[in-house]
Design a protein around this ligand. Sequence first.
Ligand code: COA
Length: 154
Amino acid sequence: MHTFETMTIRSPLTPTEWDAYYRLRFTVLREPWAQPAGSEVLPDEVTAEHAAAYDADGTLLGVARLQTNSPTTAQVRCVAVAPTAQGRGVGKALMAYLEDRARQRGHAELILEARENAVPFYRAIGYTTRAESYLLFGQIQHWTMGKELIVNSG
Ligand SMILES: CC(C)(COP(=O)(O)OP(=O)(O)OC[C@H]1O[C@@H](n2cnc3c(N)ncnc32)[C@H](O)[C@@H]1OP(=O)(O)O)[C@@H](O)C(=O)NCCC(=O)NCCS
């Protein structure tokens, strides 16, 4: 499948874009496990940094968010690519964008709790498995993964 020739990654801006952002998160990460509407919104969305990938015509392709855990460590959560756009480089581009943001903010490492199905994806983009983590919705095994961020000194 082809990659997207033009893809823009930025925070959602308008109320319509924010609706679509959370709707995609819900559709990909909550609805298949019969979780209620609203469960896709985390308590600290206001302080998180948000990334949304848009096609040339403005279609939302994928979403992800970044939070600060400590001065050294940032965490990515809620990575979701639209089913029709999966396997075409959107997840990789979202992660590269948030890694750049974390580097700019001076973090030395990025960690995440990976769903078991997504572990090969994170491995492919340089993350290593650090520990077995929690079971979500009684079904989805998670693995703590991390990546050191190389900060350009020049
Ligand atoms: C997991 C997910 C975020 C990956 O995003 P994506 O856009 O489909 O992945 P990409 O096309 O950017 O893949 C990037 C790289 O990872 C590799 N990869 C992706 N999925 C893989 C898999 N299941 N097994 C092996 N490699 C995989 C790709 O081959 C690619 O490698 P390359 O750059 O060498 O070609 C996306 O498929 C998704 O939203 N899945 C459902 C929700 C989910 O599980 N989210 C993660 C929660 S922790």
